[in-house]
Design a protein around this ligand. Structure first.
Ligand SMILES: [Zn+2]
Length: 485
């Protein structure tokens, strides 16, 4: 035999050895790909996601097919074939792990029908088992579909509510609802089970001072699967006329009042210009405070802490009313406009400030333009805010009773003279406190409608610690506003 023949035999032998090696590897892979459902896919609605994880660490993935079967009809969610980097490679396909995410019923592809259905997932690897077919893994998962929204029934009607006014809504919602409440434009008022009647829910609502009279007031319920029920209430909004005021801003005021706020607020830097400094505080910081106030709202407890009318600071004179439209004039030019969403009440310097009603202190600290501020939670989203205090005599988480002294009036924050700035908030929306100060309004519009019991007759409720999470409306963290004290 010649040299060429030897080379040929050697070559053939090497190829044979390699083919045998590949064959052993490919036949040796007897493990089908692993398949995991990462999301519960048991009760499925329009927004229920399907998330799948597949692994095959031997010969790799060859194909994936996902189908949904219902009433003997089959709908393909995906059919994928994965590449192999060569026929004669020992480890087969390129893909070892694969994640697939889809929201099957989000689009129009699969009809939304009642009744049970199955999810069928088939994966295959690059093994040569089963006459080169590969190892299969087929997963069949039964699920039920839900495409009906929660059922709603409105139980109450209401006289027209003025802009800035408050009200109450009673309704029934089916038990599949995971969240429900009242939507007025961008404002949302969560509903709660009625504390004394287990056949209904209720929600306090507040019409924002600037809501259009055509703004619908809607009851909204969601089931967490993407089904939403909406019902427009017959509640109407009455327009109000708010006052307009001009406020002159001097360099002296900026130096004396705005600069100390900047000095105590790390987020706001000295702009090096009096007007810019004024705007950074009056505009930017004010907007940040409103966001902070929304997070305080989430700490409200589902319990009635208050009783009877709220009280206005005794002997006080009203210096500014709710929703006064303020134009700020600096060097004879209007440089900013803001709406004053509270009452400015003045008596004498360092006058003792009383709690407007009973509740739990959820905030007692320096709060930018509001200066030293106390916020009391009265329950079910209702909170009162006391600003510009010279001293604070209560601590966070402390219980206060109606008319208890909580501090003294002052000029901290953005205040020209000694006064109390008082705001009343419903789920973070500023409301006109005049209604809540009115004994007749409290009785006929709120207490009688609720069947509100005197405190000693109210059923004991489990009180949550103020800063603990509770349901979807209660975030776990008590975020403090910028402060250096
Ligand atoms: Zn004020």
């Amino acid at each position: 035999m010649g040299q060429k023949t030897w080379i040929l035999i050697a070559g053939i032998s090497l190829v044979t050895v390699y083919v045998v090696f590949v064959a052993v590897m490919r036949w040796g892979d007897t493990t089908p790909p692993e398949l995991t459902l990462k999301t519960a896919f048991d009760v499925v609605g329009p927004e229920t996601p399907l998330s799948i994880h597949i692994e095959d660490h031997e010969t790799g993935l060859q194909s994936l097919s996902i189908r949904i079967e219902q009433n003997r009809e089959s709908f393909t969610l995906t059919d994928q074939h994965f590449s192999s980097h060569g026929f004669l490679t020992p480890d087969g396909g390129d893909v070892k792990t694969f994640d697939f995410d889809i929201t099957p019923f989000a689009g129009e592809d699969i009809p939304r029908r009642r009744g049970p259905a199955s999810l069928i997932i088939t994966v295959k690897d690059y093994s040569w088992r089963g006459f080169f077919e590969g190892n299969f893994h087929r997963l069949t998962h039964q699920f039920s579909v839900k495409f009906t929204p929660p059922r709603l029934e409105v139980l109450s009607s209401h006289d027209p509510i003025p802009q800035g006014g408050s009200g109450i809504v009673f309704y029934r919602v089916s038990s599949d609802a995971t969240t429900h409440g009242i939507q007025i434009g961008g404002a949302y008022f969560p509903g709660y089970p009625h504390p004394y009647r287990d056949d209904r829910q209720f929600a306090f609502i507040a019409v924002p001072y600037n809501a259009k009279s055509t703004q619908p007031i809607q009851l909204v319920a969601e089931d967490g699967l993407g089904n939403t029920a909406i019902q427009t209430l017959d509640y109407r909004i009455r327009r109000q006329k708010w006052r307009s005021r001009q406020i002159r801003i001097s360099d002296r005021f900026i130096q004396k009042t705005v600069m100390p706020v900047i000095a105590r607020t790390p987020e706001i830097e000295d702009q090096g210009d009096p007007l810019k400094n004024f705007l950074a505080v009056n505009r930017t910081l004010r907007a940040q405070h409103q966001e902070q106030i929304m997070t305080f709202a989430l700490m409200s407890q589902p319990e009635f802490f208050w009783e009877g009318p709220f009280v206005q600071l005794s002997n006080s004179q009203v210096e500014a009313g709710f929703a006064d439209h303020r134009r700020y004039v600096y060097h004879r030019k209007v440089v900013d406009t803001q709406d004053h969403l509270g009452f400015d009440l003045a008596v004498t310097k360092r006058y003792p400030v009383e709690a407007a009603n009973s509740g739990t202190v959820i905030f007692a600290d320096y709060f930018g333009i509001y200066g030293n501020t106390v916020i009391i939670d009265h329950g079910y989203g209702l909170q009162s805010l006391y600003a510009h205090l010279s001293s604070m005599d209560v601590k966070e988480e402390e219980w206060v009773s109606k008319k208890q002294i909580i501090g003294h009036s002052g000029t901290t924050g953005l205040a020209a003279g000694d006064h109390l700035h008082f705001s009343l908030l419903l789920h973070g929306v500023q409301v006109n406190p005049k209604e809540w100060w009115d004994p007749q309004w409290i009785k006929t519009r709120i207490a009688d409608r609720l069947g509100l019991l005197p405190p000693e007759e109210r059923p004991m409720q489990q009180r949550q610690p103020v800063s603990s999470p509770q349901g979807p409306y209660f975030p776990p963290v008590h975020q403090r506003p910028p402060s250096d004290n």
